[in-house]
Design a protein around this ligand. Structure first.
Ligand SMILES: O=C(O)CCC(=O)C(=O)O
Length: 257
């Protein structure tokens, strides 16, 4: 199934709310009191429903929407380019089946104080939230009703950078909270493949689900998607510009001991 990246619905009302908040992001302390008075009004605006597109297949349940307009997404991308500090050296490697690899993209982890997340054989400590990561997190919370305490940032410098097939099925992730994936920058293909339909020896024929993740989009991976479906962002040599992806997650604190 191919789902077009454009969601043709009226976003004007919602975009205005996001734009108002974006402008607030850049204001100085003197304006803070005034901004706080505006909080209730903007929450009401955020409560306006986002035009979601539901995508379903056997064991797959995802929602897709354009969360930010082009101008808003451009602004957020630029801010993230200034704020996010990516891992280097040993921190920029992962372990797969006991072998250590350089990751074919840049990565960073941010979140609540002291949180760690273990994936692909490595444990990452969350850096303190930056203003933009916090801002996008709150925008996602306002349209989904879910709260998040962690974000994995992936930066793809161009279409050579990629992420291989994997599932985000770590036990420390709260199963009641979707993984919320915000895309900024170059549009990239994103492919879901059912666990029983992978490789030449696969036991079933199930069509992959292919999306194009647009600049400013939000993809929600709901349960049980990450149990049954792997996802990947394949190499696309024709893509020459960078992309930043933010996957907001909720890590269970009581699973960490
Ligand atoms: O960049 C993307 O859209 C995918 C990122 C991803 O698969 C992940 O964070 O688990």
């Amino acid at each position: 199934m191919t789902v077009n990246s454009h969601v043709h619905c009226s976003l004007t009302f919602y975009r205005q709310a996001i734009t108002d908040c974006r402008i607030r992001l850049g204001k100085d302390e003197m304006m803070k009191e005034e901004e706080e008075e505006d909080e209730d009004a903007s929450s009401e605006e955020f409560a306006h429903p986002v035009p979601w597109q539901k995508i379903e297949a056997e064991g797959l349940d995802v929602d897709y929407a354009l969360l930010f307009s082009k101008d808003e997404a451009d602004y957020l991308f630029k801010q993230l380019e200034e704020e996010v500090m990516y891992s280097t050296g040993e921190e920029a490697k992962v372990q797969v089946f006991g072998k250590v690899y350089n990751i074919p993209r840049q990565q960073a982890t941010y979140g609540d104080a002291g949180l760690t997340y273990t994936y692909s054989g490595v444990t990452r400590l969350a850096c303190p939230w930056t203003p933009t990561l916090e801002y996008v997190r709150d925008a996602v919370t306002k349209v989904t009703g879910h709260t998040f305490n962690f974000v994995l940032v992936n930066r793809y410098k161009d279409g050579q950078d990629h992420i291989g097939e994997h599932r985000d099925d770590e036990k420390e992730l709260d199963p009641l909270c979707p993984i919320a994936s915000v895309s900024l920058g170059a549009a990239r293909d994103f492919i879901f493949r059912h666990r029983d339909a992978r490789g030449k020896q696969s036991c079933r024929q199930i069509e992959p689900v292919k999306l194009k993740l647009a600049h400013g989009s939000l993809l929600l991976m709901n349960q049980p998607t990450n149990t049954f479906w792997y996802h990947s962002l394949p190499v696309r040599k024709k893509v020459l510009s960078p992309r930043i992806n933010l996957t907001y997650r909720r890590i269970l604190l009581d699973r960490k001991e």
